[in-house]
Write a protein that binds this ligand. Structure first.
Ligand code: GLN
Length: 554
């Protein structure tokens, strides 16, 4: 049976970082899965943090959260969206985790009498992690992406472990090396030397690249592929051109066109099977339509457009826009700027306003201004985690009449702590992995916007927070018109708030963005985009006027 004999695909990167190894690994996963194979996919990150949970989004982009509550690299988000499977803590391994486990074993006495060393103790631990995905999940292929760039000191133990692993699993491994083939405009030529050097670096470590995926600006002609093949000891068919794509969702088809999956299957002596990719192709067809109506969504946060801080949010918006046959245009609004400028200049164009998750008090008042604008101007609003706290604070201050209502995350001495610590979070002092993390159930009230979106009484969504709605204020909020449409079982924690007298104002404590897929858009995002598309400009001009001056005075 083939699943007793998994094949192992390693994806390394060379020349420069940020070549999109994760997208290439995930695209190969799509192509293999489309042939009926089962695929496990994992990322090895060479940094020493136990997980990216405590890193700044400026450094590391978004922290992705799995169902089982692990804070992981954002590539796991790409993996889930591409291969359409929920991953877990075994799918992201950092050097920190490896060292932690080895040192704990040393303290426990597991290595009594021995000197604990990188080889074999660290490399053995890494090799165990390559196969750990197999325990719970019988698979045909394990795709392992090694983070970083060949030549980094940090990734050496991982590469050494991969070398040993290949030796121990002869004929069952393949190495894909992702490189860059730059094009020099003035002389009009491609340069293959960086790729040659990177392959040489890999060979010095004892790894022979079987397939080269060459990122390039333009198409790589046969002669360039032959040159790379000759210098790098691979066949020209194993030189795969990966031209800059307009959408990451084009990459599986581009890789299919270059026969990446065929060459991998051939090298692993596995059968080529017919592919079922119709849903994927249909999604790609929609996103490339040029005549779709535009839907403009303002993201009001504290990170800039270039950062990957809100990656899953942006991808979810794209999926939902396609589901609504609309073309997404993002308006990035720096929350701090909103504190000093009239929101009508920054938000007037928006068909919908989204306040994403976040930590720390920078820009909070600007987000409150955005939520007030959305509520008063009848602009569809979606609040995610912090975006729910903001909606609650705004409603408390301006509708319920609770002056200076706030979250104790930002103001410890607020007279109205409408958002406060989760009961079991107050005593927590350690930072990493200590929030309320992962999937929890949420019960939905019928007849609400939330129920309308999900069409279900009970859902499960992923969380990452320390603060929540303070139940002391529930009654007064209900009296003033806020609806608590989603709560944890037993009605204990507020999970979703919404405004019934508004076209679409929904804010949730959880992070729906982690569960959207290109052709299975998330119901909350789909509903938000639907109402954003439908937003009627005439109604807006009739809605109540917005008094920004009073907010600025606070
Ligand atoms: N900072 C808030 C909390 O810890 C919100 C977290 C988030 O948006 N992920 O509860």
């Amino acid at each position: 049976m083939s699943h007793n004999y998994p094949r192992f695909i390693f994806v390394t990167g060379g020349v420069v970082s940020s070549l999109g190894k994760g997208i290439i690994a995930a695209s190969l996963g799509v192509l293999l899965k489309s042939q009926g194979y089962t695929v496990a996919i994992q990322k090895f990150d060479p940094y020493l943090n136990l997980d990216p949970g405590t890193m700044s989004p400026y450094q590391h982009g978004e922290v992705f959260v799995t169902d089982d509550g692990c804070e992981t690299d954002l590539d796991l988000g790409h993996y889930e969206r591409f291969i359409d499977e929920s991953l877990s803590r075994v799918n992201n391994v950092t050097s920190g985790m490896i060292f932690w486990d080895v040192l704990n074993k040393e303290r426990r006495g597991d290595y009594l009498g021995h000197t604990v060393q990188i080889i074999p103790h660290i490399t053995n631990e890494i090799k165990d992690r390559i196969t750990q995905t197999l325990d719970s999940h019988k698979v045909d292929f394990v795709i392992t992406e090694i983070g970083g760039t060949v030549g980094d000191i940090e990734s050496l133990p991982f590469l050494e472990a991969v070398r040993q692993f290949e030796f121990e699993n002869k004929g069952r491994t393949v190495h894909i090396h992702v490189t860059l083939v730059p094009y020099l405009e003035p002389s009009g030529e491609f340069k293959t030397k960086p790729t040659q050097h990177s392959v040489k670096d890999l060979r010095e470590i004892g790894i022979h690249a079987d397939v080269l995926v060459c990122r390039s600006q333009y198409e790589l002609k046969r002669d360039i592929k032959e040159k790379i093949a000759l210098f790098c000891d691979v066949s020209p068919e194993a030189v795969i051109a990966c031209i800059d794509a307009t959408s990451i969702y084009d990459v599986p088809m581009n890789m299919e066109h270059e026969a990446l999956d065929d060459i991998v299957l051939e090298k692993l002596s596995m059968e080529r099977k017919p592919k079922e990719l119709s849903e994927w192709k249909n999604y790609v067809r929609i996103i490339h339509q040029t005549n779709l109506p535009k839907v403009k969504i303002a993201i009001v946060g504290k990170y800039t457009a270039l950062s990957d801080a809100y990656l899953s949010v942006v991808e979810s918006l794209k999926h939902a826009a396609a589901a609504n046959n609309a073309s997404l245009e993002l308006i990035w609004v720096d929350a701090e700027t909103l504190q000093h400028e009239d929101p009508k200049f920054l938000l007037a164009d928006a068909n919908g306003i989204l306040v994403p998750g976040g930590f720390g008090d920078r820009g909070i008042e600007g987000m409150v201004i955005a939520a007030k604008y959305a509520r008063e101007k009848n602009v569809p609003y979606l609040g995610l985690c912090l975006g729910m706290h903001i909606a609650v604070i705004e409603f408390g201050r301006h509708v319920v009449g609770l002056d200076n209502a706030h979250s104790t995350e930002f103001d410890d001495s607020t007279p109205h702590p409408v958002i406060d610590f989760l009961p079991d979070q107050r005593a927590v002092r350690k930072k990493g992995g200590t929030m309320r993390l992962g999937a929890y159930p949420c019960m939905i009230k019928e007849g609400t916007k939330l129920y309308n979106a999900y069409q279900s009484h009970s859902i499960s969504e992923r969380h990452r927070h320390r603060y929540e709605f303070n139940n002391t204020f529930r009654e007064v909020y209900v009296q003033n018109g806020m609806v608590f449409s989603g709560t944890s079982p037993g009605d204990t924690l507020v999970e979703v708030v919404e405004l019934p007298n508004h076209p679409w104002f929904v804010a949730c404590q959880f992070h729906p963005e982690f569960k959207s897929r290109p052709y299975k858009p998330h119901p909350l995002f789909t509903a938000f985009l639907k109402h954003s598309v439908e937003r009627d400009d005439k109604k807006l001009s009739q809605s109540s006027s917005f008094d920004n001056a009073s907010l600025r005075a606070q």
